[in-house]
Design a protein around this ligand. Structure first.
Ligand code: APR
Length: 274
């Protein structure tokens, strides 16, 4: 594996591992790029098929839903179908393993994600979701969560089945107020969930190392977490094969997360077990 990487990257991974092994409070922010190797297109990827003519930024808004709820609902049903059979990749698994190891290593790792998929949870992580959950629905008027008969039966997997079961694209009405159900996702221009944002701010402000993985760092307020961490003295590591506008990065690991994360974890393990 190491032989396939550039010498510069090998040095940087080692540098990052040393920094992380010496830190006790770590905050990780993930974005769509971490799920790209699982086959889920990122937001800035061009859309395909029926949806080629639309931009995600134009559909994921309250205004779009108010104007044409059917269009926006159908788009999310399509996205759910894109995602429903996708599995975590080696980056999700490495993060989950690390979260479990932190108890042994007396580290504390807070995982914050902008992703609405549940691949972190499927891999075994506990993650704070800043932008909501693809598999949940709530009323667009009274906010009540949609509770289907399948949801009440068992686990999160049933919520996935429920969402797919409604792939006839028919809008669902709220049994309380008659409003249309919408995905429980934070759309452009909407406020982030208070509890999730407090967790993220506190973890970023109090960490020694902040790691940004697979995010374009374009969408605020999430993109400001790295700056907050830096202002409070943290070192910043970025894992992304492409450059981003994040200007506070100390260590750039310019490679896919699925390649870097297992390698990084292996090196941290090696250093901490000595
Ligand atoms: N490993 C790491 N990074 C990757 C990989 C990979 N295998 N593949 C792509 N990337 C990077 C891209 O270079 C890009 O910088 O992932 C980033 C994905 O960027 P976006 O699509 O903008 O996703 P994200 O930053 O999560 O978007 C933020 O914007 O649309 C809203 O609410 C939505 O949560 C989303 C938010």
């Amino acid at each position: 594996m190491l032989a396939e990487l550039s010498p510069k990257l090998v040095v940087e991974v080692h540098h990052a591992a040393k920094l992380l092994a010496a830190s006790s409070r770590i905050c990780v922010l993930t974005g769509a790029g971490i799920s790209a190797e699982s086959g889920i297109p990122t937001f800035r990827d061009k859309q395909t098929g029926l949806w080629e003519q639309y931009r995600a930024e134009d559909l994921a808004t309250c205004t779009a839903f108010a104007r044409d709820p059917q269009l926006v609902w159908s788009w999310y049903q399509w996205r759910r179908q894109l995602v429903h059979n996708k599995m975590p990749n080696s980056a999700h698994y490495a993060l989950a393993q690390w979260q479990q190891d932190t108890e042994v290593y007396k580290q504390h790792l807070t995982l914050i994600t902008q992703n609405v998929d549940d691949l972190h949870e499927q891999a075994g992580s506990t993650a704070t979701h800043l932008h909501g959950h693809l598999w949940r629905n709530r009323c667009s008027q009274c906010d009540v969560l949609y509770n289907s008969p399948l949801d009440t039966q068992s686990t999160g997997q049933s919520q996935r089945l429920n969402s797919i079961a409604s792939d006839d694209d028919k809008l669902i009405k709220c049994t309380h107020c008659g409003g249309y159900m919408r995905p429980d996702i934070v759309w452009f221009g909407e406020v982030l969930p208070v509890q999730a944002w407090q967790t993220a701010e506190s973890a970023a402000a109090n960490c020694e190392v902040f790691i940004s993985i697979g995010t374009s760092s374009l969408v605020y307020p999430a993109a400001g977490l790295a700056q907050l961490a830096r202002q409070n003295g943290a070192k910043i590591i970025e894992i992304n094969p492409n450059p981003t506008p994040n200007t506070v990065v100390d260590i750039t690991l310019a490679e896919k997360a699925g390649i870097v994360m297992p390698l990084l974890l292996k090196q941290i393990d090696g250093l901490l077990q000595r």
